[in-house]
Design a protein around this ligand. Structure first.
Ligand SMILES: CC(C)(COP(=O)(O)OP(=O)(O)OC[C@H]1O[C@@H](n2cnc3c(N)ncnc32)[C@H](O)[C@@H]1OP(=O)(O)O)[C@@H](O)C(=O)NCCC(=O)NCCS
Length: 185
């Protein structure tokens, strides 16, 4: 039997050069909706778990308390605005599956690399996961590039793994292990 992990928020919060990773707040709702409506994003990130700001917050909190998922907003360190999000879904055997998205206007600056890198390192050190994996569609080149920049190792193609709008989608399984993560950064 698997015992649910205690998914407390990172304390102190994980910080990058220009952002902090913090819990979702109701004020993020409009920006998060707009983010999910961007066609280049919507294909690859899950929709918000509810239709209004307070219910979204409640759902993310429920996932966390149940030990199923930790969701963090990438918030601008200056004005706290929503820049994107990172999340880890906890599976069996101390395996976590990470995801990441950055609003279109803030891409190409290294925010995703830094934010997801911080989360992965925290998962494999503080949280104690043994393996972090990321599933990236074979046709999602920015996502594949992100995985490569972070040192995740491609392990193979999961054929026809996701349902797409027109056809099923092949997905590349990537992983990084506890003893492969740099603990000193
Ligand atoms: C995948 C996604 C998060 C990548 O965003 P991104 O902006 O390309 O990634 P980064 O913020 O790390 O930026 C990397 C780029 O910034 C450049 N860069 C500038 N400063 C940098 C720094 N300090 N560190 C790393 N890269 C830096 C890199 O050279 C790279 O440029 P390039 O794409 O021309 O090679 C983004 O495309 C996205 O949100 N897509 C929709 C959701 C999605 O597909 N998620 C993936 C599934 S996990």
């Amino acid at each position: 039997m698997e015992i649910a992990l205690l998914l407390d928020y990172p304390d102190p919060p994980l910080r990058g050069a220009t952002f902090v990773l913090r819990p979702y707040a109701s004020i993020d709702f409009d920006a998060a909706v707009a983010f999910g409506e961007d066609p280049d994003t919507a294909r690859w990130v899950p929709p918000l778990p509810a239709l209004d700001p307070v219910s979204v917050l409640a759902e993310f909190e429920r996932y966390r308390i149940d030990g199923d998922m930790l969701h963090l907003v990438i918030a601008d360190v200056g004005d706290d605005r929503y820049l994107g999000e990172v999340m880890v879904v906890i599976g069996d055997h101390l395996v976590g599956e990470v995801g990441c998205g950055v609003v279109a206007g803030c891409r190409g600056r290294g925010i995703a690399t830094e934010a997801l890198g911080l989360l992965i390192r925290w998962c494999l050190t503080d949280l104690g996961l043994g393996r972090v994996q990321a599933l990236v569609a074979q046709e999602n080149q920015p996502g594949l590039d992100l995985a490569t920049r972070l040192g995740l190792r491609p392990e193979g193609v999961l054929r026809s793994y996701w349902e797409g709008a027109d056809a099923r989608i092949d997905v590349v399984m990537h992983s990084i292990l506890r003893d492969e993560v740099d603990r000193n950064e």
